[in-house]
Ligand binder design. Structure first.
Ligand SMILES: Nc1ncnc2c1ncn2[C@@H]1O[C@H](COP(=O)(O)OP(=O)(O)OP(=O)(O)O)[C@@H](O)[C@H]1O
Length: 962
C-alpha cells in the first residue's frame, strides 16, 4: 500500500497520495517523530523508504546510532562529536540498570555483551560483528569498543593486579597504531583504510576483567606493496619511515630527503596517520625493541629500493633482461642483506625442475616476468613481515590460556564490494559477506520468531529462502566456483580466461544464483549475491588463486643475513615441498581461496559458538562530509549490509504491526459498511466477569471490536475490484497486543476505510446542509427581531433626547426669562424696591390686564406731555412735578396698588433717555442705557401691544419729536 503511495504520479493525484501517505505514516508510526524512533523495526511499515527517512531524520538531529532489531546501525558523523565517546559516558552505560533503555550507542552493545558474559547464560562467549564499506567507521567503532572494555572491564581489587590490567589494556590499545601503520593505507574512499580483516578476541578472566587479547587477520591486500593506484598510496608505514626517520637513519636506510620511489606514490600528501613516533612507541610497548624496529624499517627501505629496479628486454630470449639501474639492485640487496648477484639472477632467471631426476633447467625471464618476480618478492617479504608482527603482538597481548575463561570477539570485516572490475579479492570478500549474512539472517529470524512467539503467532507461515543457494554456488561441493578455480590451479594446465568462464557457466548452469553474461566483452561470470549481482572477471583469476611464489625467491630470502628475514624465512623443508607443487601431484594445493575458506570456516565456527551482536556502519556520503546524507549511497549500503534483506524477510512475514487500540481507532468505521448480526442476547458478553474499567474489561472490549472489524474483511475482499473468485483470505493475525498484517491487507482495510469515510462524509454533508438551512432561517428571524428591537430602541432614544432637549430649552428659556426679569428689575434703582416694599402690590386687588390696559392708554394718550414735563430743565421739581406727571398719565396718586413712576434725582438731572414699561406694570424713566440686551431696542409696537421686559416705550431721540 505504502509502496504504491510512494510511487510516482503527478498533479493533484500526487498531492492526494502524498497526504494519504503522510496520514498512513502517522497512523502506522504513531505519534513519535521519526528522529525519535530508536529502532528501525518500529518504523511502520518496514520499507526502505521509511527506514531511510528515519535514518536521515536522526542524522540531521545529530543522532548517529539506531537499533535495527538485533543490529545497531552506526552512521559515520565525519566530525568530532563532543562527549560521544567520553569515559564518563562509558561509565554511564556501564552503570545503567538497563543500558538498552538508554539511547542506542555502541556502548549499549558493548555493555550488553559484557553483561551477557557476566550472566553466564549459554553461549557465554560473545561476538560483535562490525561491518560496512570502506570508510564507514568500522575501525573507529572497534577502537572505541576496545577503549570501552579497557574502561569497564578493568576494576581489579588489588593495586598490583590493577597495574597488570592497565599494562595489558595499554598493550591491546597499542596494537591499533601498529596494525594500522602496517595494514592500513590511504585509498580513494578512506584516508585510513584497513587493507585486511581482523578478529580481535578480548579475553576475560573469571572476574570478567580483560586479561589479554588475540588477533586473527584475514586476507591482507599485499599486492598494494608493489602496485598502487596513482591516486592512492602504499601502506602508511612506508611514508612514516620516509618522513619520520632521523638523519642517521636516513643514511643507514638509504633514504635521502626527497628521494623518489616508484612504489611510493603521492608522497607529498601528509596525513595524520603519518606519525612514525606513535608507531615506534606502540611497537616498543608491544615488546618490539629498537634494534628489531631498526631491522624492520631497514627491510622496508630495501623493498622501496627493490621497487626502483627496472628491467630492459635483452632482445634475445636466451639472454636475461638487463637492470636499468644497478644502484637500486645494489642498495636493495644491501638493505635486505642479500647477495647482490643471486638477487639479480633470481629476478631474471627461472629454474624449472623436470623429469624423474628433477633436473634443473634455467630459463631467462621476459621483462614482464622479471617485473612479476620482483613484485612477488616484495609481496612475499611484506606479507610475512605483517604476519610476524601480528604474531609478535599476539604474544605480547595474549593471555595464558589458563588465565582466561570467556571472551568477547570483535570482527572488523570488509563490507560487500562491487566495482567495475572485480577479481579474486572481491570474490573472497563477497563470499565472506555471504557467509556472515547467512549467520546474521539465522540470528535475525530467531529474534523475529521470538517476537511472534511472544505475540502467540505461528512462525511457519514466514516463507523465506535464505542465501544458501548462493553459497552453494560459491563454495558448494562437489562443484562450485571455488572448486572449479582450485581445480584449474591443481591441474596446473594452461587455461584462458574465456575457457574458465565457459567451464563455470556450463558446470553451474543449473544454479539460480549464476547470472547470464552474454554481452560482456571480457570473459566473466555474474553471481547474484544477496546484496546485488557482481560481475567477476576471469582474467588472472587462476593465477591470483595460485599466488605462485617461485621457489627460487624463497630460497634466495633464506640466504639473507638479515636477522629479521632469517626469522621470516627459515629454512623449512615443509614449506619447500609446499612451494614447489609438482604438476603431476594430486595433493591438495593451498590456494588463496582454499586458505581463505578454511580461515572463514574457522571464524564462523567461533561465531556460531558465541552470541552474536551486529554493528552495521554506514557512510552517509562518499566525500566524508559532516551533515550530508546521500540517500542513494546509504540505500546501497543498507542493501550491502543485509539490512534491506532483513527488511524483506520482515515483509515475508507481517511487516505491519499495529497495536489493538490503534487498529480499532482507525478502522472502527468499517463496521458501518458491513454491520455484523447483533450478538445473541443469551451469549455472554465479552467483558462479562470483568469489572467495568478494569484492564481486562477494556482488553475484552477492544478484542470484540477488533473481531467486528476483522469480520468485515471477507466482505471487503469480495467487493474489491480485482478480487479473483476463490482468492485466499487476506493474511492478518491477531496477536496478544498487536495486529499483524501484510501490505495487501493494509491496502484492503484502507480501501474499506475510504468507502466508510465517504459514506460518513455524505451523511455529514447532508446533516450539515440541513443544519445550515435551519441555522440560516433561525438567524434571519433573529435578525428581524433584533432589527425591530433596535429600531424601537433608537426611536425611544430619539424621543427621549427630544424631550430632554425641550426640557432643557424650556428650563433655559424660563431661566433666561427669570434672569432677564431679574436683570431688568436689578436695573432699577432702589427707589422701586422702596416703593414696592412700602406699598406691596396685590395682584388680586388690582388685576394686571386691567392695569396694563390703563397704562397703555395713559402711555398712548398722555405720556408725551408728562414726558415733556419730566424733561423740562427748569420748572417744577419734586413732588409737584411728580404730581404733574401722574396727572398727565392719569395715574391715581397714592394708590397702594397703582403704578409708580420713578425717576431719580440724578436721572432727573441728566435727563430721560427712555421710558420703559416693566412687567410688574410700572413705567420707568431711564436716564441711561439698559444692561439688558434687548431692552434698548425700541420695538415698532403694534398698537395696544406692550410685551417684553423693560420695553422701551419711547426713546430719547424720539422724545424731542413728541
Ligand atoms: N564515530 C565517529 N566519529 C567521528 N569520526 C568518525 C567516526 N567514525 C568514523 N569516523 C571518521 O571516518 C573515517 C573512516 O573511518 P574508519 O577508518 O573507521 O572506516 P573503516 O570502515 O574502518 O574503513 P576501512 O574499511 O577502509 O578500513 C575515520 O578516519 C574518521 O575520520
Amino acid at each position: 500500500m505504502l509502496q504504491q503511495v510512494n510511487g510516482h504520479s503527478s498533479g493533484s493525484d500526487a498531492q492526494g497520495r502524498e497526504s494519504l501517505r503522510e496520514d498512513l505514516q502517522e497512523f502506522l508510526g504513531g505519534e513519535v517523530p521519526l528522529h525519535q524512533l530508536d529502532d528501525l523495526t518500529k518504523v511502520n511499515p518496514v520499507t526502505l523508504e521509511t527506514v531511510l527517512r528515519c535514518l536521515q531524520a536522526r542524522y540531521t538531529a545529530d543522532t548517529f546510532y539506531t537499533n535495527a532489531g538485533c543490529t545497531l546501525v552506526a552512521l559515520n558523523p565525519f566530525k568530532h562529536v563532543p562527549q560521544l565517546y567520553s569515559p564518563e559516558l562509558m561509565r554511564e552505560y556501564h552503570a545503567a540498570p538497563q543500558p538498552q533503555k538508554l539511547k542506542p550507542h555502541i556502548f549499549t552493545v558493548g555493555e550488553q555483551t559484557y553483561r551477557n558474559v557476566r550472566s553466564l547464560i549459554e553461549p557465554v562467549n560473545q561476538s560483535i560483528v562490525v561491518s560496512g564499506e570502506s570508510g564507514a567507521g568500522k575501525t573507529w567503532t572497534s577502537r572505541c569498543l576496545m577503549k570501552f572494555y579497557a574502561v569497564v572491564a578493568a576494576s581489579p581489587t588489588s593495586w598490583e593486579s590493577h597495574k597488570i590490567a592497565e599494562r595489558i589494556e595499554q598493550r591491546i590499545l597499542n596494537s591499533n597504531p601498529v596494525m594500522e601503520a602496517f595494514g592500513n593505507a590511504c585509498t580513494l574512499r578512506n584516508n585510513n583504510s584497513s587493507r585486511f580483516g581482523k578478529f580481535i578476541q578480548l579475553q576475560l578472566n573469571r572476574d570478567h576483567q580483560m586479561t589479554g587479547a588475540a588477533i586473527q587477520t584475514y586476507l591482507l591486500e599485499k599486492t598494494r606493496v608493489a602496485c598502487q593506484d596513482s591516486t592512492e598510496r602504499n601502506f602508511h608505514i612506508f611514508y612514516q619511515i620516509c618522513k619520520g626517520a632521523s638523519s642517521d637513519e636516513r643514511l643507514q636506510w638509504h633514504l635521502p630527503e626527497g628521494a623518489a620511489f616508484s612504489w611510493l606514490p603521492n608522497p607529498e600528501r601528509t596525513l595524520e596517520e603519518d606519525c612514525f613516533e606513535v608507531t615506534r612507541e606502540a611497537m616498543l610497548h608491544l615488546g618490539v625493541d629498537a634494534p628489531t624496529q631498526n631491522n624492520i624499517f631497514q627491510a622496508l627501505a630495501g623493498l622501496l629500493h627493490l621497487g626502483n629496479i627496472r628491467f630492459a628486454g635483452a632482445g634475445d630470449e636466451a639472454q636475461p633482461c638487463r637492470p636499468m639501474d644497478d644502484g637500486a639492485v645494489r642498495t636493495s640487496a644491501l638493505l635486505l642483506r642479500l647477495p647482490e648477484d643471486p638477487l639479480l639472477e633470481t629476478l631474471r632467471i627461472r629454474t624449472i625442475r623436470a623429469g624423474r631426476q628433477q633436473q634443473v633447467f634455467r630459463k631467462p625471464c621476459s621483462q614482464a616476468e622479471c617485473d612479476t618476480r620482483r613484485d612477488c618478492l616484495a609481496k612475499l617479504v611484506y606479507a610475512r613481515l605483517f604476519d610476524w608482527l601480528v604474531s609478535v603482538i599476539n604474544s605480547s597481548v595474549c593471555a595464558d590460556p589458563a588465565s582466561w575463561t570467556t571472551f568477547i570477539g570483535l570482527l572488523d570485516v570488509y563490507g560487500f564490494e562491487s566495482f567495475p572490475h572485480n577479481s579474486l579479492e572481491q570474490l573472497c570478500i563477497n563470499y565472506a559477506n555471504e557467509k556472515l549474512q547467512q549467520h546474521f539472517v539465522a540470528h535475525y529470524l530467531r529474534a523475529q520468531q521470538e517476537e511472534y512467539a511472544v505475540e502467540g503467532l505461528e512462525w511457519s507461515f514466514v516463507n523465506y529462502q535464505d542465501n544458501q543457494t548462493c553459497l552453494d554456488l560459491i563454495e558448494g561441493s562437489p562443484i562450485s566456483i571455488c572448486s572449479l578455480i582450485n581445480e584449474e590451479c591443481r591441474l596446473n594446465r594452461p587455461s584462458s580466461a574465456a575457457q574458465l568462464q565457459t567451464r563455470i557457466e556450463s558446470a553451474l548452469a543449473g544454479s539460480p544464483c549464476l547470472g547470464h553474461n552474454k554481452l560482456s566483452p571480457e570473459p566473466s561470470f555474474v553471481v547474484l549475491h544477496y546484496a546485488g549481482s557482481v560481475r567477476y572477471h576471469t582474467a588472472g583469476l587462476v593465477e591470483k588463486n595460485k599466488d605462485p611464489v617461485p621457489p627460487e625467491l624463497t630460497r634466495l630470502l633464506q640466504q639473507s643475513q638479515d636477522p629479521l628475514l632469517k626469522v621470516l624465512f627459515p629454512a623449512d623443508p615443509e614449506e619447500k615441498s609446499q612451494a614447489e607443487p609438482s604438476g603431476q601431484s594430486r595433493a591438495p594445493v593451498l590456494t588463496v581461496v582454499s586458505k581463505f575458506k578454511a580461515s572463514l570456516e574457522q571464524l564462523l565456527q567461533v561465531l556460531q559458538a558465541t552470541t552474536p551482536h551486529y554493528i552495521r556502519c554506514i557512510k552517509p556520503n562518499s566525500q566524508g562530509r559532516a551533515q550530508a546524507l546521500h540517500r542513494e549511497e546509504v540505500l546501497n549500503q543498507l542493501e550491502a549490509c543485509g539490512l534491506v534483506e532483513t527488511i524483506h524477510i520482515s515483509a515475508a512475514g507481517f511487516p505491519i504491526r499495529v497495536s489493538h487500540r490503534t487498529f480499532v481507532e482507525r478502522y472502527a468505521s468499517l463496521r458501518r459498511l458491513h454491520p455484523r448480526a447483533p450478538p445473541d442476547p443469551h451469549s455472554p458478553s465479552p467483558d462479562e466477569g470483568h469489572s467495568e474499567g478494569s484492564p481486562h474489561a477494556e482488553q475484552a472490549t477492544l478484542r470484540a471490536l477488533l473481531q467486528d472489524i476483522l469480520h468485515t474483511l471477507p466482505a471487503l475482499e469480495a467487493a474489491a475490484p480485482a478480487a479473483p473468485a476463490g482468492a485466499t483470505p487476506a493474511p492478518v493475525h491477531c496477536g496478544r497486543t498487536k495486529v499483524f498484517m501484510t501490505d495487501a491487507t493494509l491496502e484492503l482495510l484502507e480501501r474499506g476505510r475510504a468507502q466508510a469515510l465517504e459514506q460518513c462524509a455524505r451523511c455529514i454533508q447532508a446533516g450539515w446542509r440541513r443544519h445550515r438551512r435551519r441555522e440560516q432561517e433561525r438567524r434571519r428571524r433573529a435578525a428581524v427581531c433584533i432589527q425591530a428591537a433596535i429600531r424601537s430602541w433608537l426611536t425611544r432614544k430619539h424621543i427621549q433626547r427630544l424631550h430632554t432637549a425641550a426640557t432643557v430649552i424650556k428650563r433655559a428659556w424660563r431661566q433666561w426669562g427669570i434672569r432677564m426679569a431679574f436683570l431688568a428689575s436689578k436695573e432699577l434703582d432702589g427707589v422701586e424696591e422702596k416703593h414696592s416694599s412700602q406699598a406691596p402690590r396685590s395682584p388680586s386687588s388690582f388685576p394686571l390686564p386691567l392695569a396694563q390696559t390703563k397704562l397703555l392708554r395713559a402711555v398712548t394718550h398722555l405720556w408725551p406731555l408728562g414726558l415733556v414735563l419730566a424733561n423740562a430743565a427748569v420748572g417744577v421739581h419734586g413732588f409737584p412735578r411728580k404730581l404733574v406727571v401722574f396727572a398727565c398719565l392719569q395715574l391715581p396718586v397714592g394708590s397702594p396698588s397703582g403704578y409708580t413712576v420713578q425717576a431719580q434725582t440724578a436721572q432727573e438731572r441728566a435727563g430721560i433717555m427712555s421710558i420703559r414699561a416693566l412687567p410688574q406694570g410700572s413705567i420707568k424713566f431711564h436716564c441711561r442705557k439698559s444692561p439688558l440686551r434687548y431692552a434698548d431696542i425700541c420695538p415698532e409696537l403694534p398698537p395696544n401691544s406692550a410685551t417684553g421686559f423693560n420695553q422701551i416705550l419711547l426713546e430719547r431721540h424720539k422724545l424731542g419729536h413728541v
